[in-house]
Design a protein around this ligand. Structure first.
Ligand code: HEM
Length: 398
């Protein structure tokens, strides 16, 4: 076992984690990380089949002890309601069902035009200016617009919300949520007021759905539970979607032949999004905890140890996707991939991520078919789990 095979990534090293992933898959598919300090060791799975199976077997690989490799995950939640990503059993399934209703096509349809208008507005501004920053001007605010409208934040209060949402999401990505303490407090207060208003007068939004949901237990969802869901939406729906959108612009620049195919046949966009999801894999990894001793590929993972599931590596595993797994092929049958995980905690917002991707590609190709992003001058965001650009210069080439 070679300790140097794995190092957690951050802004300075996110650009190219793929050789590291390939070496892990090939030489040490159950990698043991021991250089983390006393009692903090964990294991890293890097092959598609192993990660997929771990996601599906939530009894053996539990989420209830937190989803990072840190053994301090639970400290933050002691005495509080657990967030949905750490719940299990019937209560988890029921809460998921309530939220998932909001992501059905008919419920997303009214937001679609608002999202498209926003994209068109930003791209037209790029055309006037000759370019801009793809992330700052478009890929950051678009997901935030979606999350705010879905929750029920009125349009007029959206920019206020954007600011909090980004401070909170960025702080959380580095594991320092309380570094955004003021924004957290202001957002809690804001959601508290929104929830009180929707308990009295429901509207067509997620906060109203949750406020009036009637679980099988007969006990309505508590304010704390609902506020937790609001926060999870802000944390789970922002920088992840930014990663997909910015990464898609990068791929369309790096693979001009694939762009040409989409330009000549836009009906390929739907399938192409799965390939962009696979290759960008914005959540590169999250953890589970082994509930029993596990033996895998001749290695032992003792009960109670954290196991990091490297979705970003599994998504490029040649055993699953073939020898051209690092290449973009918009006609590939990329599903199932690991971008949204697998099993009971599979992403609730997948339909919204796909929708944003679809709208962005349609408008980008229609309005700026010859655009280019400057990958050399780009910057990545901090954080060990989400790989996304923080800045990506965009040029409208005529
Ligand atoms: C490309 C964009 C996105 C990616 C890559 C992504 C990725 C993921 C992944 C990997 C998980 C599983 C977490 C785990 O392994 O424990 C997850 C769960 C979740 N995601 Fe997403 N997500 C995206 C967009 C969204 C959006 C737009 C929303 C909502 C606005 C959202 C809400 C959630 C929620 C609520 C969960 C928890 C589900 C549960 O625990 O039952 N996600 N997401």
């Amino acid at each position: 076992m070679n300790e140097a095979l794995f190092t957690p990534r951050s802004a300075a090293t996110w650009r190219d984690p793929y050789p590291m992933y390939a070496a892990l898959r090939e030489h040490d598919p159950v990698h043991h990380v021991t250089n983390t300090g006393e009692g903090e060791d964990y294991y890293v799975l890097s092959r598609f089949e192993d990660i997929f199976a771990a996601g599906v077997d939530g009894e053996l690989y539990t989420s209830t002890k937190g989803i990072t490799p840190s053994y301090n995950d639970m400290a933050l939640h002691r005495g509080r309601e657990l967030p949905i990503v750490m719940m299990d059993g019937p209560e988890h399934i029921e809460l998921r069902q309530t939220i998932l209703e909001r992501f059905k096509p008919a419920r997303l349809a009214p937001l679609q035009q608002q999202l498209r208008d926003f994209i068109v507005d930003r791209l037209e501004q790029f055309r006037v200016d000759g370019g801009g920053d793809m992330i700052v001007d478009l890929c950051k605010p678009l997901p935030s617009l979606f999350v705010s409208r879905m929750l029920g934040v009125p349009l007029a209060e959206r920019t206020l919300f954007d600011d909090w949402a980004w401070k909170v999401a960025s702080a959380s990505a580095t594991g320092e949520l309380m570094a955004a303490g003021d924004a957290v407090m202001e957002m809690v207060e804001y959601f508290g007021k929104l929830l009180a208003a929707r308990r009295k007068n429901p509207e067509d939004d997620l906060v109203s759905d949750l406020a009036h949901a009637m679980p099988a237990s007969g006990v309505p969802l508590s304010d704390e539970k609902i506020l937790g869901v609001c926060f999870t939406m802000v944390l789970g729906g922002n920088d992840t979607a930014t990663g997909l959108l910015g990464g898609t612009a990068e791929i369309l620049t790096a693979f001009p032949d694939q762009r040409a195919q989409l330009l000549s046949d836009p009906s390929l966009i739907k399938n192409a999004i799965e390939e962009f999801l696979r290759l960008t894999s914005p959540v590169q990894g999250l953890a589970r905890t082994a509930t029993r001793d596990i033996t895998l590929h001749g290695s032992n993972i003792p009960a109670g140890r954290k196991v990091l599931l490297l979705y970003g590596s599994g998504n490029r595993d040649p055993r699953r996707f073939g020898d051209d797994a690092d290449q973009c092929d918009i006609r590939r049958n990329a599903r199932p991939h690991l971008t949204f995980s697998s099993g009971a905690h599979m992403c609730i917002g997948a339909a919204a991520a796909r929708l944003q991707g679809q709208l962005l590609i349609e408008e980008l190709l229609a309005r700026c078919p010859k655009f280019a992003v400057d990958i050399e001058s780009s910057e990545f965001a901090e954080g060990n789990f989400v790989r996304r650009y923080d800045s990506l210069p965009f040029k409208v080439e005529k």
